[in-house]
Design a protein around this ligand. Structure first.
Ligand SMILES: NC(=O)c1ccc[n+]([C@@H]2O[C@H](COP(=O)([O-])OP(=O)(O)OC[C@H]3O[C@@H](n4cnc5c(N)ncnc54)[C@H](O)[C@@H]3O)[C@@H](O)[C@H]2O)c1
Length: 310
């Protein structure tokens, strides 16, 4: 198995799970936002740019049966500032991986996409997979172009695939740069007794899904969901103000909310209909927002203690 982006937040959890299932796992990651210590020690780390020709050398060595493609520039706001840099990793990176998968006999590609940044401001909620695609930021467009290439490689070379469109994923090891960075940012600041700033009114709603639930969708995609795209979300919206309150309870932070300007390119309200994933993959989310936030804060607290001790 090969996990691109396996030193990142979600990818490293996918690696852990595959290792625990007994698979031999290799990782491609350039460590731009990922951390060297994240991937399971029994996984082989190839520190390589996924958008470079050297991806083929990794495939030549590893001959992965299945590739989980998670390497990406995952920040909406960075994509607005630097759309070409975003596209280089997210579009060219996807093409490089697909090309190598085709050349070296990979059975299937599980492509990571976004449910939160693909549909634009939804016409209906929860938003299903048939909703028109109209991203509000380069990030959503680049992830979607990746999807189009995945489908193309299937038509052209019969390369099997499943596309997973996540909601806002959160949990241990999350860095503040990704799509759902709000929980890592607010949690970290609150534990340090510092004031988080809520972008805009805080009434914007997101579909927060815990990382172990997302990992489970990846594992199910090993054998199921061929040739399909699935929303992977909790099915309910939670406002940033509610997340602020829940995190305040979990961390013991005593300050009140402070608001700043809204960010450009952000959807106001989205949550996902994942009934297709329930039917076809047998997937359903298991971890509630309260429980997931508690687990995340426990992790942030342990990390802060470790840093304090070093
Ligand atoms: N976090 C979310 O809420 C969310 C939601 C929807 C989709 N996704 C997708 O999930 C995937 C993982 O995101 P994450 O939240 O774990 O973010 P992350 O930043 O922790 O992980 C991305 C990983 O890709 C690596 N990477 C970036 N550019 C690279 C390049 N050019 N070559 C090789 N490696 C590179 C980074 O070093 C990092 O380890 C991404 O594809 C992202 O678009 C995330």
């Amino acid at each position: 198995m090969l996990v691109t982006g396996g030193a990142g937040f979600i990818g490293s959890h996918v690696v852990d799970r595959l290792v625990s299932l007994g698979h031999r796992v290799a990782v491609i990651d350039d460590l731009s936002t990922g951390r060297r210590q994240n991937p399971n020690p029994s996984a082989v780390l190839h520190q390589t740019n996924v958008a470079s020709q050297s991806v083929q050398e990794v495939f030549e060595r590893e001959h992965p049966e299945v590739v989980f493609h998670l390497a990406a520039r995952a920040s909406v706001s960075a994509s607005v500032r630097e759309p070409a840099v975003d596209a280089e990793t997210n579009v060219l990176g996807a093409i490089r991986v697909l090309e190598a998968a085709h050349l070296f006999g990979t059975r299937k590609v599980v492509y990571t996409s976004t449910g939160g940044a693909l549909y634009g401001e939804p016409e209906r909620l929860p938003c299903d997979e048939r909703h028109p695609i109209r991203p509000l930021a380069p990030y959503g467009t680049s992830k979607y172009v990746g999807e189009l290439y995945v489908e193309l490689f299937h038509r052209l070379h019969n390369l099997d695939y499943t596309i997973l469109r996540y909601g806002n994923v959160y949990g241990p090891r999350q860095n503040p740069y990704g799509e759902a960075g709000v929980i890592a940012i607010f949690g970290g600041l609150m534990l340090a007794g510092k004031q988080p700033i809520i972008n805009g009114s805080g009434e914007q709603e997101r579909d927060f899904v815990f990382v172990s639930d997302v990992v489970e969708a990846n594992v199910l995609a090993l054998e199921k969901g061929s040739g399909q795209a699935f929303n992977i979300g909790s099915g309910v919206g939670a406002s940033v103000n509610r997340v602020f309150d829940l995190l305040r309870q979990a961390t013991g932070y005593t300050g009140g909310p402070v608001h700043g300007p809204a960010l450009p390119g952000e959807v106001f309200k989205i949550y996902l209909d994942s009934s297709l994933a329930r039917r076809e993959l047998g997937w359903r989310p298991q971890v509630s927002l309260e429980e997931g936030l508690r687990l995340t804060v426990d992790h942030l607290r342990r990390e802060a203690q470790l840093q304090g001790a070093s």
